[in-house]
Design a protein around this ligand. Structure first.
Ligand code: PEP
Ligand code: MG
Length: 890
């Protein structure tokens, strides 16, 4: 027969910490604390399996459970020496939920269960404190009526307020035994009136009602919403803990409190917490009274007067400090604890791994490894790589108030604050005048780049996680909130309407690119620190990882940032992004709009020196490291001119007239540019473009090599290849130009030619594409496009429906953020296998946005890729994630 009830306390422990799936976090840790000799009030846990069965059987309990629960109660009675329902000295219990993972405040709790008109007298007599007994009784009726009987608690609170008013007092503590007794009678009358039947007097009926209610609260709206938001499966169920009550409200030698074994915001090794004398647990959380500090040092630092626990209850504090040490040694992690002191005796009510900030997480992991409590490997695994984001960008001061008016996608992390501006040129002007700017656009395009660069942050009304705004902002390390659909922008009037407010140009707003929140007014930020614990942990991580980490970067500044963050080369230099500069984009447009090869060549001649100069700078910064340069891949719609002025500029540069240019632009407009004339298709039809780029690459590389130092290792990458034939044509073009340049310059250097894998056909034909002298020497998986082309979901339009798809569980996560390992991943596996079979030693990397996503990096480790490439600010995250993947997969 399945065991559903697990006893703990009084030297018995039927469960242990590892049983959290069965006993819930709270139940498992209570059993564990009991088993290591800590003072835990005796009790029992009804397992999560019981919860599942309860729902399977139409919210009823199997008959066999009666005996098991009776056995549990008998255990508590035996340990405490009290009897449930005994009118002379009754046993009282608490009934609490406890799921596998903590869901704070989402489910129900009942305290002081077992009281009725008879047992309250026994409690009064046994405790010698009638006030305490009647106060406990009325608390019980109030909680039980709310949680189990489903009565509105407003009426109860109102009765309490009236009682205080009648007596002319403000605080609950000013009410006496007789007041509580009267109030109890009123509460019971409220129950009779609201329910049509009396409050249950029999403690056993009370217990079964409470157990059913706590199991029932698993499917309450609050809990369901919480699970959806935190990706907690609905079928896990909760456990229920029934435990002997201990009372922190029995006079001045009693107290209740919460504590962390280390500071959860800084990680400092000091006890951190709050307590209240003569109070029940709920009073600390409810904020009715102001809690006092645990330690004297904390009290003095805060300049507070009220005695710390260390000062007020020195003896129990000493015991508590010992318990903290025992718990840390046992769990080998920082603990979050609840305790109660009943008339000088310490009781532990809960322990769990404490939540902490990124800064604290690093400090605690590094300290614990240095203290010898955990190994360096464990320290590496303790840090959530995504949490490092908090440290890499300025973040909002957690203590500051936030006036949130909209929520979009957390497209690029970090916080930014500045004046709202609705066009790029104004952003540049105002930034040049020293103002902090937030660029707000419906969506961004290449002509906004200068404004994006000048801005502190970017906000768009449309676009997903891989929209232009998102990708460019992440690359630049600018905080960005994209797809904030509730924004309504009026460019003409230079204002926007959001959350019922009008915001004009120049008004200050704040963005949190890590949460997607948009706030009105200035919210103060705090600056990152990348030294100390952060540096130590990174050294440890680097020693463990197998995957190399490169950066997606195209400007010298981004390359320098990436190298500082530990990038081991450039994995993707998007050459079309190098033309976003206002004076260069005109030349690119001239090239695109040219009528013939001659027109294109004249535009290309103007682009060559700029391109060569950029490559030189990048090669210098990345000296000795591989630099993957991707030949031009401009989705045309991102580059065609739109505005009158833009056409005029191209006309000036090319000598063509505006009308001709307009006609040409109309001819070039594509129905589906993402699948149109882009990538190597451009190089096949207009070889002179790739010729110019190849020349710029090799001339720059030779120039840097000539200066001495370690020569650069160019890796020339061909985008959007579908067939071997495409690659063969482009590769021979590159080799021809390389040979020309080497001949002209009188020296040569090593380089590779490879391809991106962005199309399902390329993945399937990987063997042919990699094979032989004319095949690809490396593959880089362009998983942005590969996701788009495998799923048939447009990168630019996904934002409109991916949210609901994730909410409905169709995708576990946005596939443009975290690799769809089943579909896209399968193509990567196939390509890796076929490519390596055709060319042993084929170098494999990933350069889509997934290269910075820890779950996707774990996939790359499993697939034995050689490197991942991520935007500069993601490099440290990728280094840590790669180390974790190696430790877990290796
Ligand atoms: C990709 O498609 O994954 C990629 C890296 O290229 P881009 O994002 O520039 O299309
Ligand atoms: Mg691509």
């Amino acid at each position: 027969m399945t065991q559903y009830v697990f006893r703990f306390g009084g030297g018995v422990a039927e469960g242990k910490a590892g049983d959290r799936n069965l006993l819930g976090g709270k139940g498992a840790n209570l059993a564990e604390m009991g088993s290591i000799g800590l003072p835990v009030p005796p009790g029992f846990t009804l397992s999560t399996e019981m919860c599942t069965r309860f729902y399977e059987e139409g919210e009823r309990f199997p008959d066999s459970l009666r005996d098991e629960v009776a056995g549990g109660i008998a255990h508590i009675e035996q340990v405490t020496g009290k009897t449930f329902g005994d009118p002379s000295d009754p046993l009282l219990v608490s009934v609490r939920s406890g799921a596998r993972v903590s869901m704070p405040g989402m489910m129900d709790t009942v305290l002081n269960l077992g009281l009725n008109d008879e047992t309250v007298q026994g409690l009064a007599a046994a405790s010698g404190d009638p006030r305490f007994a009647w106060d406990s009784y009325r608390r019980f009726i109030q909680m039980y009526s709310d949680v189990v009987l489903g009565l509105d608690h407003g009426a109860f609170e109102e009765a309490l307020e009236i009682a205080k008013e009648d007596k002319g007092v403000h605080l609950d503590t000013d009410l006496e035994a007789a007041d509580w007794e009267r109030l109890t009678a009123q509460y019971k009358a409220l129950v009779l009136e609201g329910l049509g039947r009396p409050f249950p007097d029999d403690p056993h009926d009370q217990l079964w009602g409470a157990i059913a209610a706590v199991f029932g609260s698993w499917n309450g709206d609050r809990a369901k919403t919480y699970r959806r938001l935190h990706n907690i499966p609905h079928d896990w169920g909760t456990a229920v803990n029934v435990q002997a009550m201990v009372f922190g409200n029995r006079g001045d030698s009693s107290a209740t409190g919460v504590a962390f074994t280390r500071d959860p915001s800084t990680g400092e090794r000091c006890y951190y917490g709050e307590y209240l004398i003569n109070a029940q647990g709920e009073d600390v959380v409810a904020g009715i009274r102001t809690p006092q500090y645990l330690t004297r040092a904390a009290r003095e630092k805060a300049g507070a007067k009220a005695a710390s626990m260390e000062e007020a209850l020195p003896e129990v504090y000493g015991q508590l400090a010992e318990v903290f040490e025992t718990l840390e040694r046992h769990y080998r992690d920082m603990q979050d604890i609840e305790f109660t002191v009943e008339r000088g005796k310490l009781w532990m009510l809960q322990t769990r791994t404490g939540k902490r900030t990124a800064k604290a997480a690093l400090r605690i992991a590094v300290d614990m490894a240095q203290e010898g409590l955990i190994s360096e490997k464990e320290a590496i695994l303790r840090i959530d790589p995504l949490q490092l984001d908090q440290l890499l960008h300025p973040t909002l001061d957690p203590a500051a108030e936030r006036d949130v008016v909209a929520k979009g996608l957390p497209a690029s992390p970090g916080a930014a604050c500045g004046k709202a501006v609705f066009d790029a040129d104004t952003a540049v002007q105002r930034a040049a005048a020293g103002e902090d700017i937030i660029l707000v656009r419906v969506e961004t395009s290449p002509e906004d780049i200068h404004g994006m660069h000048a801005a502190r942050g970017i906000l768009t009304a449309r676009g997903g996680m891989t929209s232009h705004a998102a990708v460019v902002a992440r690359g630049m390390g600018r905080p960005c909130v994209s797809g904030a659909g509730s924004l309504s922008i009026d460019y003409k009037a230079r204002r926007m309407r959001v959350g019922g407010r009008d915001i004009a140009e120049g008004e200050v707003i704040t963005l949190d690119g890590s949460t997607g929140e948009v706030m009105v007014g200035e919210v103060p930020t705090v600056q990152p620190e990348l030294v100390g614990d952060f540096g130590t942990l990174m050294v440890w991580a680097d020693a463990q990882r197998r995957l190399k980490v490169r950066a997606n970067a195209e400007t010298p500044k981004d390359c320098a940032t990436a190298r500082e963050f530990g990038a081991e080369g450039v994995g993707l230099c998007r050459t079309e992004h190098m033309f976003f500069d206002p004076d260069r984009i005109t030349n690119v447009r001239q090239m695109i709009l040219a009528q013939d090869e001659g027109g294109r060549r004249s535009a290309l001649e103007k682009l060559l020196p700029a391109q060569r100069g950029d490559f030189e700078a990048i090669f210098r910064i990345m000296s000795g490291l591989p630099v993957t340069i991707r030949l031009l891949d401009p989705p045309l719609h991102e580059f065609l001119p739109h505005a009158e002025e833009e056409f005029a500029e191209v006309a000036r540069a090319s000598g063509a007239d505006v009308e001709t240019l307009r006609r040409r632009a109309a001819e070039l407009a594509e129905a589906n540019p993402m699948l149109g004339h882009r990538g190597c298709r451009l190089g096949i039809t207009y070889p002179e473009i790739y010729e110019m780029q190849a020349r710029a690459i090799f001339e720059a590389a030779i120039a840097v090599a000539r200066d001495g130092g370690e020569p650069p290792i160019p890796e020339v990458m061909v985008p959007l290849v579908a067939t071997r034939a495409e690659l063969v044509i482009i590769r021979s073009l590159i080799e021809r130009v390389a040979a020309e340049v080497f001949r002209e310059q009188g020296r040569s250097l090593n380089y590779l030619v490879g391809t991106m894998i962005e199309l399902p056909r390329a993945a399937l034909a990987a063997g042919a594409i990699a094979e032989g002298d004319q095949g690809a020497e490396f593959f880089s998986f362009g998983t942005n496009d590969l996701t788009q082309t495998t799923l048939g979901i447009s990168r630019d339009d996904a934002g409109r429906f991916i949210g609901p798809y994730v909410e409905k569980g169709i995708f576990a996560r946005d596939p443009f953020v975290s690799l769809d390992t089943e579909g896209v991943g399968e193509l990567i596996r196939i390509a890796a296998e076929r490519g390596r079979a055709a060319r042993p030693g084929l170098k494999l990397g990933i350069c889509g946005e997934h290269g910075g996503d820890p779950a996707s990096i774990a996939f790359c480790e499993r697939t034995r890729l050689d490197y991942v490439s991520a935007s500069p600010y993601r490099v440290p995250i990728a280094r840590l994630a790669a180390a974790q993947a190696a430790l877990r997969e290796g």
